[in-house]
Design a binder for this molecule. Sequence first.
Ligand code: P6P
Length: 340
Amino acid sequence: MHVTTPNLITIERHILDQERQNPEATGQFTRLLYQLAYASKVINREVRRAGLIDILGTTGDVNVQGEAVQKLDAIAQETFFNAFDHIGVLCCMTSEEVEDIINIPAQFDLGKYTLAFDPLDGSSNIAANVNIGTIFSVHRKITPGRDGRAEDLLQPGRRQVMAGYVMYGSSTMLVYTTGKGVYGFTLEPSIGEFLLSHPDIRVPEHGNVFSCNMGNYGHWSEGTRKYVDNLIAPDAHPGQTYTSRYIGSLVADFHRTLLYGGIFMYPVDYKDPKKPKGKLRMLYEASPMSFIMEQAGGAATNGIEPILDVQPKGLHERTALFIGSRQEVTEAGEFIRQFG
Ligand code: P6P
């Protein structure tokens, strides 16, 4: 009996198909994506067995954000660095876990791309077995000379050439865009391959889920508070009611918003009116997620302007983020424009 295997499209086959469609491709992108898939599988293995061997808990170190470094963070950071330092595709990197720009070791070739990444976002949720994720963003080098500089990383998100994330949840998914749509791959553990499961993801024009940490409501701007009040007011949206979902892990909250629609927001916090601050980091959280969301037909702003148009000034600068279905993000912006 002839056994037919379903037409499985691995991420490697997808990447090669994309390369074939790009006449000036040099293969650097392909190598980068291959390594992203490889590093994700290694981190996935560590996340899956974290509960079984003693790698939960913290290393005792504190990262540049002042957050306790979870052991899995450290493993994920090392895994990413070791996956990319030698492939001759990057000129420099930046990571949530490392204060300064990460240079490519002298013994390795330099390439024409930069990589910004959060090796394990949402790690404060690890012990509770909540979905966590890896986020990455790629730009082309723009400064002269071979060595990467901060200016190569500090580019508006509109210039990204690739962005994506890996979510370690009930299944492990890798979602990415290179500016030609958004593709989702699900890891088939028995063969160790990411298989195309979500070709051309599109976010609904409107969704009835809003996602934010209501514990911060008292520190938001008047416009943000009025927007949320309006979402839950009984007669504000005839014929539709909004429901609230908040996981507290960006990749998980974002992934649900991408697939189901609605809005995820982490507004500016005015606890200290003289020093309003965002929480999410621009280079390796807001910018890549905004590239993906716009590619899927959605929108992403800081409440005032598109995230992708903002010129970053610091490797770890933070921002407000309103991201999701075009209808909800636009409405939030209208309240903030009107009420501040
Ligand atoms: P809060 C995780 O630490 C993170 O950076 C994002 O993954 C998440 O969206 C946010 O912080 C959650 O912040 O203040 O609601 O716990």
